[in-house]
Design a protein. Structure first.
Length: 432
């Protein structure tokens, strides 16, 4: 790494092997400070570096130079710790999302600030900055897509503030910051409780009947196995309440057909592995027939494609032996593919992709359908929460509040009895 001294050795300009830009560093105010010139040519980089150094010196003389650890230092420490501490507890994609938010948006805005300068007002400035500069090119972004045509969504900003809060908490743990500033957005009204997209009983019937019809007569013969899987996936999800990732992780050995003593019916006892770790679930009786059908369905045949056949005949090779069909093994996945495109096409054909609020339905909507239907049938909300590996609070907030069946009309339409009117007394001769 080549280093060039400027201003009599008070400023150094260097270039890292992994970067094409020149970097500057100098000791000002008792701290070693660094600055990226974002320039590849040395003359322009040296001019920017000198301006940066002289600006720091001017702030130092005026007494407004920020001292103490910077936000970037806390961000680097957070990135270094988070992946190690949460190994196995957070997905790799979620860990990378924190790094991307810091690199692209948060560090360019807060990086040079001292940690004690990250105030609620500065955080609000960041929100305004993100809502007004979304269409400008971002030099920190490595994406080849064009800038977005609409401002970031509420959930996107929320995720960025979550990352910001975690960095500040890292600074508190290391003694670089005394307290966490207020990061709540001002001027915010109470958020509406949104109903999660689900299928009403009539819509659910419409969906599975369309899936059954397509499974019997798909558009192409080689789609038949996939169409049958999607049909059984819909029924299985709506009768178990599993999350999509839990269903996709499910193996045949995780499911057992058992006799339920309370209902005297056959149900599925499922060992679930997913978002909440290992849990258990008991299905509706209708899921038993679906599971038996999945268990008896042979695996799809892996035959050579048309292009492979043309190449084989061109090379003069013999035809491969016929493939023998196999039944699923205990360690095989029940749903080896997600079939997203087929499922979405099915929703589009039945005009069920969007609910009345314009929210798109996904495979997760089948879980929401299970919970809503159980509540409509009068199931105990605590038992439903346990069976779905969630909390009563979540069900009351996102499901029960929107179902008319949870309202007791007899308890609501109570009328206070009207008092009886007193009969008028008639005067007699004795009273005179």
């Amino acid at each position: 790494m080549s280093t060039i001294d400027l201003l009599g050795g008070k400023l150094q300009l260097y270039q890292k092997p992994t970067s094409r830009f020149w970097q500057a560093r100098a000791s000002v105010g008792g701290m070693q400070r660094q600055f990226s010139t974002k320039q590849e040519a040395f003359p322009q980089a040296s001019k920017l570096a000198e301006d940066w150094y002289l600006t720091l010196q001017g702030k130092l003389r005026a007494g407004v130079l920020e001292t103490g650890p910077t936000f970037k230092k806390a961000a680097d420490q957070f990135v270094k710790e988070y992946a190690v501490i949460t190994d196995g507890e957070r997905s790799e994609k979620w860990t990378q999302s924190h790094e991307i938010r810091l690199r692209v948006h948060i560090v360019p805005f807060f990086g040079a600030l001292a940690l004690n300068k990250v105030t609620p007002g500065k955080v609000q400035e960041y929100r305004v900055h993100r809502m007004t500069t979304y269409a400008d090119p971002n030099p920190e972004s490595r994406s080849k897509h064009k800038p977005k045509a609409k401002p970031p969504s509420r959930s996107t900003l929320h995720d960025e503030i979550v990352t910001l809060r975690m960095v500040l908490k890292t600074a508190i743990r290391h003694g670089w910051l005394e307290h966490l500033p207020d990061l709540t957005p001002p001027y915010k009204a109470q958020s509406k409780i949104a109903h999660r997209p689900w299928f009403s009983p009539e819509q659910y019937k419409q969906l599975y009947e369309a899936a059954r019809a397509y499974a019997r007569e798909p558009f192409h013969a080689h789609y038949k196995w996939n169409a049958e899987q999607v049909y059984d996936f819909i029924l299985f999800m709506a009768n178990t309440g599993l999350r999509p990732d839990e269903a996709l992780n499910l193996q045949f050995r995780d499911v057992t057909i058992a006799d339920d003593d309370a209902t005297r019916e056959n149900i599925l006892e499922i060992e679930v592995r997913g978002k909440r770790g290992v849990g258990h679930c008991k299905s509706m009786p209708s899921a038993v027939r679906v599971f038996e059908r999945l268990k008896s369905r042979a695996k799809p045949l892996k035959t050579e494609t048309r292009r492979e056949g043309q190449r084989r005949r061109k090379e003069g090779k013999e035809a491969p032996p016929p493939v023998v069909q196999e039944l699923p093994q205990p360690t095989d996945l029940i749903f080896p593919g997600n079939h997203i495109r087929l499922f979405n096409n099915l929703l589009a054909r039945t005009k069920l992709k969007l609910d009345r609020d314009g929210k798109p339905r996904t495979a997760y909507s089948l879980r929401h359908t299970y919970i809503c239907m159980r509540l409509m049938e009068g199931a105990d909300i605590y038992q439903v929460a346990k069976n779905c590996r969630t909390s009563v609070e979540m069900i009351e907030k996102h499901y029960a509040a929107h179902l008319k069946n949870t309202l007791d009309a007899a308890a609501i339409n109570v009328r206070k009895p009207k008092p009886k009117r007193k009969a008028k007394s008639v005067a007699t001769d004795d009273d005179i």
